[in-house]
Write a protein that binds this ligand. Sequence first.
Ligand code: NAP
Ligand code: MG
Length: 488
Amino acid sequence: MTVEPRQSTVWNYAPAPEATDHLRLRDRYGLFIDGAFREPAEGRHEPTINPATEEPIAEIAWAGPADVARALEVARSAQPRWAALPDRERGKYLFRIARLIQERARELAVCETLDGGKPLRESRDVDVPLAAAHFFHYAGWADKLRYGVAAREVAPLGVVAQIVPWNFPLLMAAWKLAPALACGNTAILKPAETTPLTALLLAEICQEAELPPGVVAILPGDGQVGATLVRSPGLDKVAFTGSTAVGRDIQGALAGRGVELTLELGGKSANIVFEDAALDQAVEGIVNGIFFNQGHVCCAGSRLLVQESVMDEVIAKLWARMARLRVGDPLDKNTDVGAINSAEQLARIEALVAAGEAEGAVRRSLACDLPEHGYWFPPTLFTDVAPAHRIAVEEIFGPVVSVLSFRTQAEAIQKANNSRYGLAAGIWTDKGAKAFEVASALRAGVVWQNTYNHFDPTAAFGGYKESGFGREGGPAGLRPYLRVVRSP
Ligand code: NAP
Ligand code: MG
């Protein structure tokens, strides 16, 4: 491995930490069931910690089987009343939630950063505004559902279980809850073990919005809570975002039960740079594609495919740009790359990076002064990567990019599609026709042209192959929460 020194020693920013004294955090959070925070039946609480300091933030109730059963019962009895509200009334509640997210935006952003380790700049400018935007978007759909499904009469599915990961805790909760509620379902959300905090603040927001009790339940806990939930009777649908392994387990648990399922799973997305691309712009996109949220992004551009003729130039520009990334305190407004979400995730990244070195790829990691406590991994670039190397095949889910080369357009397409995943891809070229040709040949749910990691509530997101099935966002995101009653 070569660890290269920072090049940007001339200009240094003064620390710019975001204040935390405005937070109204409780010491302890209960389970959110039937419109109120409640003690778990088995009384279990666990701390949620800040991965940048390893310090506890709050005690969080963990749901047990009795709590799951209670939440399901309440969701079942609340569902017909929720679905029977005039569509526009349901929409009003979602508009209220969206506005309350905006009102509490600063607090939500700081909590997201404290609990998960992502830079404040991202939670403030991406996670929280997009979460509000999703509620606004689906609030607007609540009284237009039939137009979202080709003018057919539709009905809600009933009670839905929603399980989300730790990389975008609030945003994933919004992606799940907003369409489910707009369609007249009631929902039980299981946040990830390491990042339950903003989902619990969202529960407070549901209370402030006077959402009818039972429409939303939030059940924190570990994977066992999720496993219990999906195996419980009385469910009409499961929506899951997380790893392919757990997605497969859930699919097995639901087989033959008539429960609807959508899966948003992992990825190993190709970011393809052609020789005719605007290279400086492409380098910005490569950096955003893999170092955004420490690479804890299911659609991260983790396989960089560069046309051979511009390989040296792209790598030189990329490394120079990487040297300017600021790694450290996620609460600092100048930080680009924050803390790794958990000790487990750090161990996974380290193991895959070690495999990359052992298999003969060339590693370059940024030299950074990392804090003494917390979980950190420096932005890392692998060159001389062969398509069969583990770092070219497996999802690393960290700030590590594996670079492969190609000579022709056909080879780029072949290499990009050579993956068991198919979540996203990026194409960098000045030729519009080439971008369209390549995009239509890629087996990926989302293809970005001359940009990367660009999200919008109006656009559908989802995968092919082992990246899962079903779409979230836009009108397509309504379909998994509706049943077609009658065609026109
Ligand atoms: P994970 O282990 O699959 O966890 C996801 C969620 O499922 C968590 O809430 C987890 O609880 C829960 N869970 C764990 N075991 C379960 C079980 N047997 N039954 C039901 N639920 C269970 O994934 P992760 O490692 O936390 O997250 C990273 C993965 O998610 C990556 O592979 C990434 O690509 C994928 N992801 C995909 C998308 C997408 O939109 N396609 C978005 C984000 C992330 P605990 O937290 O307690 O384990
Ligand atoms: Mg945490």
